[in-house]
Design a protein around this ligand. Structure first.
Ligand code: TNX
Length: 535
């Protein structure tokens, strides 16, 4: 479906420049048409760090090439990825080539601009094409996401559409506010196949999310094969919420997710939730229970009723084996050990258990992540606490987390009444839960991660994450409806400078994502708070 949107009056002067540029390039359509389609460089989500608009635009033609440097396999891979996005809708060949060309799309690594960091990029668009420059492949990849958004939404369709494919002239220099910009998928309450996870990864990448947190175990299912404890999956993974077959990832499946995530420049953060949320493990191995009796599998949605047996030695053989096998497969830095809602573990036991479990994570070379209840134990040096409280969480609990942050614990912010993608938007939302309240689009966007937790130093904040708990969700359509359009807002909080934060401006940029999400087949929630264009 092609997008024909009206030109907002505000952009008229810019568009005159664009139109002039397009005409002088001899763009095949009438002079008025390309102007109607060139979107301002600033209309990207997440908002770029700096934008300077103006100058002639560039329009892709059937002769456009994607040029990469001869010696860069990474740039070539990203070039092929871009070509795969653009070919179906444009119908152009878009060869990826190291041959010199007078114009086209140029992807260059090796920028000397240190201020770009590992994930930043510079995008320049003008008469002869679009050049994206970065220091590292991740930056080039993020620049390519920006370029997608500068093209008409119809470029995301998988069948041939009418152009012209015009990119407005100007320069973007962009880099993230935070290095941790995550989304979590709970594959335990309902299992999600490798293909479903890949679909979500692609959608996350469009908004420059760079961490995929997989909640791999919970009361209702154990989803990752552990060779030394095979019943965890063959039995513990055999069902899910509401009954039904469940499922699990073999090691090859998990490696395929890792490979695919890496190809989209996402790091996978695996989570094994301990010592609570462990009914699937306890059901699979009787010896893990204090009374030696395995409970039945669980298909309901209660929390807080299960616990590993803290005094038993076998518990730590189990934790060691699980952490060792997962750490060995996972290239990323973090291993998340949960630690939330351990309501059936006495506090003294909880503290003793978390001490030992954190040491195991360290022994296998990973950095501990845990839900913020970890700060009620002794966080290991360098540990990361994921805060999931609410505005109304008690001052004492917030102070405990802030205090840990002052003592060196790092924070990832996932406040449940802002960032939980499984919360209903309002009372009419057919999916999701409401224990943290309704979370409309504005509410999920309108907070500042850098100043969110009173008393926590701004430097302790590594970033943000949007968790998707799956008690009520099992299809990609359902995930999309809950994630979009809130996930782009959380992504923007993680990426864009605080100075760009402004709901009134954001809602207009977000509205422009509507046709793009539709073209991508994303079934998003048409929030009445956002001025969506007619499609
Ligand atoms: C709380 S958040 C949980 C999960 C539930 C979720 C539902 C957290 C660390 N624990 O066990 O799935 O609420 O919204």
């Amino acid at each position: 479906m092609s997008q024909r949107r009206r030109i907002p009056g505000l952009f008229a002067p810019l568009l005159l420049v664009v139109a002039a540029g397009a005409t002088s390039l001899g763009t095949p359509a009438s002079a008025a048409e390309p102007a109607a389609r060139a979107r301002p460089l600033s209309q990207v989500v997440p908002a770029p760090a700096s934008v300077s608009e103006g100058g002639p635009s560039y329009a892709l033609t059937p002769r456009t090439r994607i040029r990469v440097d001869d010696d860069s396999r990474e740039a070539r891979r990203i070039g092929s990825y871009l070509a795969d996005v653009l070919r179906p809708s444009t119908g152009y060949d878009l060869p990826v080539t190291a041959r010199d060309a007078r114009d086209g799309i140029r992807l260059r690594l090796g920028s000397k601009d240190a201020s770009l960091g590992d994930e930043g990029y510079r995008l320049e668009s003008g008469r002869h094409g679009v050049t994206i420059t970065a220091r590292r492949a991740a930056g080039l990849f993020h620049g390519v996401q920006t370029l997608r958004q500068l093209l008409p939404a119809a470029v995301e369709e998988d069948t041939r559409q009418r152009g012209p494919w015009t990119v407005a002239g100007g320069t973007i220099k962009d880099m993230p506010r935070y290095g941790y910009r995550g989304a979590m998928l709970d594959v335990s309450r309902h299992f999600f196949s490798v293909d479903k996870v890949k679909t979500y990864i692609d959608q996350m990448a469009l908004y420059k999310i760079n961490k995929l947190h997989l909640h791999l175990s919970d009361d209702q299912g154990w989803r990752i094969a552990i060779d030394s404890w095979p019943r965890l999956t063959t039995y513990g993974g055999s069902t899910q919420v509401g009954g039904g077959p469940g499922g699990y990832y073999t090691k090859a499946d998990y490696r395929e997710i890792l490979r695919y995530a890496a190809s989209r420049h996402l790091e996978v953060v695996p989570e094994i939730d301990l010592p609570g949320h462990t009914n699937a493990a306890l059901a699979s191995y009787a010896e893990l229970n204090c009374d030696g009796v395995a409970p039945p599998l669980y298909t309901g949605t209660n929390v807080g009723f299960s616990s590993l047996c803290v005094p038993k030695a076998v518990t730590y053989e189990f934790v060691d084996d699980v952490v060792r096998e997962i750490a060995a497969m996972t290239p990323g830095k973090y291993l998340h050990i949960g630690g939330d809602e351990a309501h059936s573990t006495p506090h003294k036991d909880y503290v003793a258990f978390m001490d030992k479990a954190q040491a195991v994570v360290g022994k296998y070379g990973k950095t501990v992540m845990g839900w913020h209840q970890l700060t009620g134990a002794e966080p290991a040096e360098g540990a990361v606490a994921q805060y999931w409280g609410l505005d109304k969480t008690s001052a004492t609990e917030k102070a405990q987390v802030a205090n840990a942050a002052r003592n060196g614990t790092k924070l990832v912010l996932s406040p449940a009444d802002r960032a939980y993608l499984d919360m209903k938007y309002d009372k009419s939302t057919p999916l999701g839960l409401a224990w943290a309240g309704y979370v409309e689009v504005r509410r999920s966007y309108d907070w500042n991660p850098g100043a969110y937790l009173p008393g926590a130093p701004a430097q302790s904040v590594l970033g943000v994450e949007a968790p998707m708990w799956s008690e009520t969700l099992w299809t990609n359509d359902q995930v999309e409806y809950m994630a979009f359009p809130r996930l782009p807002g959380i992504a923007e909080l993680g990426w864009s400078p605080a100075a760009t934060h402004d709901w009134d401006a954001y809602k207009v940029r977000l509205a422009a994502q509507g046709p793009r999400m539709s073209a991508l087949g994303i079934d998003y929630y048409r929030s009445p708070q956002v001025p969506w264009p007619a499609e």
